[in-house]
Write a protein that binds this ligand. Structure first.
Ligand code: PLP
Length: 429
């Protein structure tokens, strides 16, 4: 049974009815299922079973909630991080530093130093100068930073342009033509222990073909690097495996992905590293929201919910689809637009969609928001950061507090020269 399912006409997360969470915590709120996280984390690892030497690092950016990271640490996941903040989360979750991979195109010197001092296991270096600086920082500490060179295989992942990362003109990695020269120069540096190459061609990839093409190109590159005398022991294949967002979509399974990778990399003789984010987290969360109003519209009524683009940015950012269902459906359907309270037309989750008939005061959820949901939230329109709740069987707990508008107001000191009395007296002069 799906961890989010109807029982007696009421949507539950595992054994907890969602109205109970709404009554206790309020809305909007992210609700995660422990069972769903475990199931997807295990499915991904099971899919990789044909691969002998492997390391799986959860892409923390997808869902950096501490309780979730602890859950994944217990499943044997390392962490793929892109900032000092994500490193702090991973370490706080008990992920061993050596199981952490530091990716990201804009690492600061301070972040690299903090990661070296923490004993982070691997740096995925984005370009030559970053590698040179990392080597210098490591050597100054008497260390050799374990590193892979991120290459850009120039493959169109067939995903949304804003989450495509492996095309030549994307900002990530070095071109395949330049890679051998850069690799040779970085391999000579004392402060680096260069062990191989990394790729990540994009997110929400619906088809294994671009992933296979990218991996094949990496295979050619590592053969060339080895022929040039380099020792290649590790290859990081990144994340990117997509998930269904619409009820009728079929996506490649982890088993199909693992079988493809095993086939293409059969002769590589290297430890393979993976950085799944969305696959592990996406389906494990819903965004619980209350219907504020049903407002007449020119073509269809607007269902105005209390969640908004600042809580769930994906529809506004990528025109992403999130299934929307009533928590206690009455069996009738309507065609409506779904929008939040933020003062932007972009704060619209759906236009002209057939949905459950909902009324003011009803509860509903947006599905498949466990990845790139809460982590992308902002306080736009001086709205709160909404709480996150973790369900485990028949119990639930708040795993991220609501950050109230008052709390964000309290961290905005006003300089003395901006005090109203002063400016008033200036005006009088
Ligand atoms: N690794 C890197 C370097 C990334 O930039 C990302 C996200 O774009 C991921 C892994 C995770 O990707 P996904 O959530 O699609 O698996």
């Amino acid at each position: 049974m799906s961890p989010f399912h109807y029982r007696d006409g009421v949507l539950h997360a595992e054994r907890v009815p969602l109205p109970v969470i709404a009554a206790s915590i309020g809305t909007p709120a992210y609700v995660y299922s422990t069972a769903a996280f475990r199931a997807s984390a295990r499915a991904f690892r099971a899919g990789l079973a044909p691969i002998a030497r492997q390391h799986v690092a959860f892409a923390v950016k997808a869902n950096p909630n501490l309780a979730i990271l602890r859950l994944l640490a217990a499943e044997g996941y390392g962490a793929d991080i892109v900032s000092h903040g994500e490193m702090l989360r991973a370490l706080a979750a008990g992920i061993p530093p050596r199981a952490i991979v530091f990716s990201g195109v804009g690492k600061t010197d301070a972040e690299m130093i903090a990661a070296l001092d923490a004993g982070v296991g691997q740096f995925n270096v984005e370009f030559e100068e970053e590698g040179v600086v990392l080597a210098r920082l490591a050597a100054a500490r008497g260390l050799r930073a374990v590193a892979l060179l991120r290459v850009n295989p120039d493959i169109d992942a067939g995903t949304h342009a804003k989450i495509s990362t492996g095309r030549r003109d994307n900002k990530f990695g070095v071109g395949l033509d330049d890679a051998p020269g850069i690799y040779a120069r970085l391999a000579r540096l004392d402060g680096l222990d260069l062990r191989g190459v990394a790729i990540h061609i994009g997110s929400q990839i619906a088809d294994l073909a671009p992933l296979e093409a990218a991996i094949s190109r990496v295979g050619t590159l590592i053969a060339d690097l080895r022929a040039a005398g380099h020792r290649i022991t590790h290859v990081d294949l990144g994340g990117g495996l997509g998930i269904p967002y619409r009820p009728d979509e079929i996506y490649p399974t982890a088993a199909a992905y693992g079988a493809m990778v095993a086939r293409v990399t059969r002769d590589w003789d290297a430890t393979l590293m993976f950085e799944p984010g969305r696959f592990v987290a996406g389906e494990a969360g819903v965004l619980l929201t209350e219907i504020l109003w049903v407002k007449p519209g020119a073509t269809h009524p607007y269902v105005i919910v209390d969640a908004a683009m600042n809580d769930l940015a994906r529809p506004a950012l990528y025109d992403a689809f999130h299934d929307f269902v009533a928590v206690e459906p009455n069996g009738r359907r309507i065609v409506a637009n779904i929008a939040g309270p933020v003062c932007e037309s972009g704060d619209t989750f759906a236009m002209g969609r057939a949905i459950d008939d909902v009324r003011r005061g009803d509860l509903a959820v947006f599905r498949t928001v466990g990845a790139y949901g809460a982590t992308m939230a902002s306080t736009y329109n001086c709205r709160p950061l909404i709480p996150e709740v973790l369900v485990d069987d028949d119990r639930f707990a708040v795993v991220a507090d609501r950050i109230s508008p008052q709390a964000t107001l309290d961290v905005q000191p006003v300089p003395s020269w901006r005090r109203p009395t002063l400016s008033l007296s200036r005006q009088r002069r």
